[in-house]
Design a protein around this ligand. Structure first.
Ligand SMILES: Cc1cc2nc3c(=O)[nH]c(=O)nc-3n(C[C@H](O)[C@H](O)[C@H](O)COP(=O)(O)OP(=O)(O)OC[C@H]3O[C@@H](n4cnc5c(N)ncnc54)[C@H](O)[C@@H]3O)c2cc1C
Length: 170
């Protein structure tokens, strides 16, 4: 596992940022390859878009048999296009089954990272601690402001919406 340096940075070979569906797959492969790694996740739960998006009828729009990890086929999908909850549970189960849950640090937002060319390490600052790694991936740094967030597509939904009429502006 990691070690803490004199500067109190937790050191890993690889640090992945984000614990979404793709990121969990990558974490499993890192684990199988024997890397000393950690996944930093800003949310309180893993799953990425599938834990964030829980609006009614949220579902996969490609067949679930294809939206699965090749190394973890699921013969029990309840429908052709599985719903959000089922995909989220599959992700959690797969992370547990392949032993990567303990490598994920939730409630840990990456705020900044920079390459220390002297030490030949990435130095990462998060809301809850400092880390270093030989390699890190997951988010694109914003040119000016450090990490602007994940650049994929995801939406936060308000569950309480009032319906109204929109009158045309003439
Ligand atoms: C409603 C919906 C339906 C979709 N349906 C399909 C589909 O049918 N087929 C398909 O192929 N794709 C679909 N997608 C696309 C989906 O985004 C990808 O399939 C996949 O789940 C993305 O996984 P990911 O791990 O790359 O990213 P994400 O799931 O976006 O995870 C990124 C993670 O990074 C974390 N994070 C972000 N910034 C930081 C930070 N600074 N520090 C720490 N953590 C951070 C986030 O909290 C999040 O957990 C859908 C997306 C949505 C929103």
């Amino acid at each position: 596992m990691s070690s803490a340096s004199q500067t109190d940075r937790k050191e890993f070979e690889v640090i992945a940022v984000g614990a979404g569906f793709a990121d969990i797959g990558a974490a499993i492969k890192l684990s199988e390859a024997g890397f000393d790694f950690i996944v930093l996740e800003k949310a309180a739960q893993i799953g990425g878009v599938w834990q964030e998006n829980n609006y009614p009828d949220c579902a996969c729009d490609i067949p679930s048999a294809l939206y699965s990890y090749s190394f973890a086929p699921n013969p029990n999908w309840s429908s052709f296009f599985a719903g959000q909850k089922e995909i989220q549970n599959y992700t959690l189960d797969t992370a547990r089954k392949f032993g990567v849950s303990d490598h994920i640090q939730v409630n840990c937002e990456l705020l900044n990272s920079c390459w220390n060319s002297e030490k030949r390490l990435w130095e990462l600052e998060t809301g809850t601690g400092r880390y270093s790694a030989l390699c890190h991936y997951g988010l694109r740094p914003d040119a000016q402001d450090g990490y602007a967030g994940h650049q994929g597509y995801g939406y936060l939904h308000r569950h309480q919406l009032s319906l109204g009429r929109v009158e045309p502006q003439l």
